[in-house]
Ligand binder design. Sequence first.
Ligand code: ADP
Ligand code: MG
Length: 351
Amino acid sequence: KLHNTILELKGNIRVFCRVRPLLPDDGAATEGAVVSYPTSTESLGRGIDLIQSGQKYPFTFDKVFNHEASQRDVFVEISQLVQSALDGYKVCIFAYGQTGSGKTYTMMGRPEAPEQKGLIPRSLEQIFQISQSLQAQGWKYKMQASMLEIYNETIRDLLSTNRSICSDPTRPESAVSGKQYTIKHDANGNTHVSDLTIVDVSSIAEISSLLRQAAQSRSVGRTHMNEQSSRSHMVFTLRISGVNEGTEQQVQGVLNLIDLAGSERLSRSGATGDRLKETQAINKSLSSLSDVIFALAKKEDHVPFRNSKLTYLLQPCLGGDSKTLMFVNVSPDPSSVGESLCSLRFAARVN
Ligand code: ADP
Ligand code: MG
């Protein structure tokens, strides 16, 4: 509760930065390029500096996690926010950054290694545990999950059980199945996507199998379509309806966890056909997201939600008293310093 008060005082948008460890495939040292960030044993600070060609660019965020921060260390800092979805808030947590910066690791992690599980499985486990413990106070919860991908402004259902549709990612799903995935918002601020698979979930085991299914649908796309997953946004949504049988109090919360498309500047020169369309779609939706968050933070009258599928889909969960957290994922690889600078500037704009 105290945490919620602090969030309201400071506005509803937080930005956390996470620097991943250096990997064997990272490039060799680039002259004049340095990424420096907190190296205290607590692996958590607020500042990060980039040095490019001798020029220093300092940034400050709500939190900065260094390469030693574990999945658990990161989750500890967001668990209150996740819990507020059970209290009836609409919550969005995004991962932003260039391809290879650690977005999917942060969100999903490596599910086969328990200590490397990411925010999605950890959040769901926490929500189930707390909802169970609240049963003693008369609370009954119903949870529904959906998972979709937005690629080239087209929605693909990651939980569709129709394998033949999922295995032909070269065509828009609507062309194969006739499914439209039209987004509608009702008067109560609930979002409906026509034809989208919604799954009732009541246990952690069910969720684990859903996440496996979704990861599979996503990787099918990847092998067929040249890393399509890095060119698409993945949106996991958990809807929570709670009713207290004693007091008849009701709550409706939503938790959205979003693994965004890679933010790298794809060069327009030379890109033609599908590649150019893809590039334009990613640039447009990421800049729409930043426009929307910026307009909300500045309390502007007009918020351009309709400029992209992603912002339109999330509209009810971004405005009002909803809570938004953006992870900006950064590679420590000096040869990525230019991209990292772009990512941090993007994040600084919305912070
Ligand atoms: P993205 O989704 O942004 O393209 P990934 O999450 O796939 O990036 O990360 C790229 C690689 O770095 C993967 O092999 C991933 O396992 C690894 N990685 C990313 N972040 C971490 C981290 N904090 N600790 C260990 N390995 C990481
Ligand atoms: Mg990824």
